[in-house]
Design a protein around this ligand. Structure first.
Ligand SMILES: C[S@@+](CC[C@H](N)C(=O)[O-])C[C@H]1O[C@@H](n2cnc3c(N)ncnc32)[C@H](O)[C@@H]1O
Length: 156
């Protein structure tokens, strides 16, 4: 199952990008034998100031056709890391070829797009900067792959 992290905004070179690249490389390496990955980041940017509505159109286009759509949203469902691993495994086992994980911009994700999602995943009720959400998500994907592989990285 290929994974697209569809995110608003351009991330320049720096510590967040280094971490994301590192975790996604590790995810790809661990996930290959599990039928997970590769993972990529697809960045969208609305330069015309169209707000959430315009961003939603760009995010929809960034997600592969037929992908499971999972928004990152503080109002969503908080899962443990093993629960996230199980969820990824279940989507993979259902034969879903693509998963799109959608991260909004400063104003969040358009309610219309939120309503279309198969799932909303929360990293807690606090609002995190969207660039940090990318880092945390990349780490959780790697962690999930190690859990499914039975590796020692995750400890309960
Ligand atoms: C700065 S936040 C925008 C928050 C905005 N108040 C909203 O209504 O969504 C930018 C993006 O980061 C992600 N995000 C921020 N905090 C999050 C959390 N606790 N759990 C999951 N995603 C989060 C969401 O995708 C959000 O659209």
């Amino acid at each position: 199952m290929r994974i697209s992290i569809c995110a608003v905004g351009r991330l320049r070179a720096g510590p967040e990008k280094t971490l994301i690249d590192d975790y996604l490389t590790r995810f790809d390496r661990t996930g290959r034998a599990l039928g997970l990955g590769p993972a990529r980041v697809v960045e969208v940017e609305d330069r015309k100031g169209g707000g959430m509505g315009a961003e939603a159109g760009l995010l929809r286009r960034a997600a592969p056709t037929g992908a499971v759509l999972c928004t990152l949203d503080e109002r969503g469902k908080a899962l443990s890391s093993p629960e996230l691993a199980q969820r990824l495994g279940a989507w993979r086992d259902q034969g879903r070829g693509d998963l799109a994980l959608v991260i909004g911009g400063a104003d969040g994700i358009d309610p219309g797009l939120r309503a279309e999602a198969d799932m909303a995943l929360s990293f807690g009720r606090m609002v995190w900067p969207h660039m940090l959400v990318r880092v945390m998500l990349a780490e959780q994907l790697y962690r999930a792959a190690t859990i499914l592989a039975g590796g020692p990285y995750h400890r309960d």
